[in-house]
Write a protein that binds this ligand. Structure first.
Ligand SMILES: CN1CCN(Cc2ccc(Cn3ccc4ccc(-c5n[nH]c(N)c5C#N)cc43)cc2)CC1
Length: 246
């Protein structure tokens, strides 16, 4: 997969050199290219913003640099990317979106700042490529960079060979499969006793059926406590299926 990121803060993406994503880039599994939007400005101050038409607080990102940047990054290529526009007003980004985007060969992320990007940029791009306005949550950030980091991590970890343990992806929270939409239950490792707190004995029993059932019970318990909204999505059939599983 190729991922292009256009931003006025390329250094924001230094974390993509680290850990599993860094290794995936080194191995060639993932091709991440960073682009400084100011490379497509032509004035002495490398201006990327201006006051909003119609008045209002803050500044809006000018369309010209974005148009030239997207033309340069996506033009003269044998294929067409999917353009992802992080924005507070976007559609909620979910695990299903991460799975869907992980199947795309080429993504371009446009990281806005200020009050956002002139709306004509998305409209113009949509004449040449699919465009998605996406939000990572109902809270306000200062720009699209953090959201892009989140989405790049959520998508990249699903690429074959990146995690190196297909099993863990399959057992992820929100991953499709048995008891969909349950959050993770508690996890433990050595020592068996720590500050007088014992690991639940079932986990030391070697009874894999009992361990599986205990984990599902704990996941249900934690979901009811922290995410009752997810439980409401579970049908009675799902819950019956849980009870049948040993
Ligand atoms: C008067 N009011 C009128 C409404 N605005 C709304 C507003 C507009 C821009 C910004 C800053 N910003 C600029 C680009 C950009 C991209 C993503 C996100 C973002 N925030 N939260 C998410 N989940 C995000 C994602 N994904 C924020 C961004 C913040 C708030 C405030 C002022």
């Amino acid at each position: 997969m190729r991922i292009d990121i256009i931003t006025i803060f390329p250094d924001y993406f230094a974390p993509l050199d680290l850990s599993l994503i860094g290794k995936a880039r080194t191995s060639g599994l993932l091709d991440v290219r960073l682009h400084d939007l100011r490379s497509w400005t032509h004035d002495r101050h490398n201006t990327v913003d201006d006051t909003p038409y119609g008045g209002g607080p803050g500044m809006v990102m000018k369309p010209e640099p974005w148009g030239e940047a997207l033309d340069a990054v996506t033009g003269n290529a044998p294929s067409v990317p999917r353009l992802i526009l992080p924005t507070p007003s976007g559609a909620p980004f979910t695990q299903a979106d991460a799975s869907r985007l992980a199947r795309e060969p080429w993504l371009v992320f446009a990281c806005g700042r200020y009050e956002g990007i002139d709306s004509r940029v998305a409209a113009d791009a949509a004449e040449r490529m699919p465009v998605e306005e996406v939000s990572i949550g109902d809270y306000v950030l200062n720009g699209g960079e953090s959201a892009t980091l989140v989405m790049v991590e959520a998508v990249s970890r699903l690429l074959p060979g990146v995690l190196g343990n297909a099993e863990s992806v399959a057992q992820d929270s929100f991953a499709p499969g048995a008891m969909d939409n349950l959050v993770e239950g508690p996890v433990y490792t050595k020592p068996a006793v720590w500050r007088d707190r014992e690991v639940p004995p079932v986990l030391l029993s070697g009874d894999h059926g009992a361990v599986d059932r205990w984990r599902r019970d704990e996941a249900l318990r934690k979901t009811a406590r922290n995410r009752p909204d997810l439980l409401r999505r579970l049908t009675s059939e799902d819950l019956d299926q849980h009870d049948r599983q040993v």
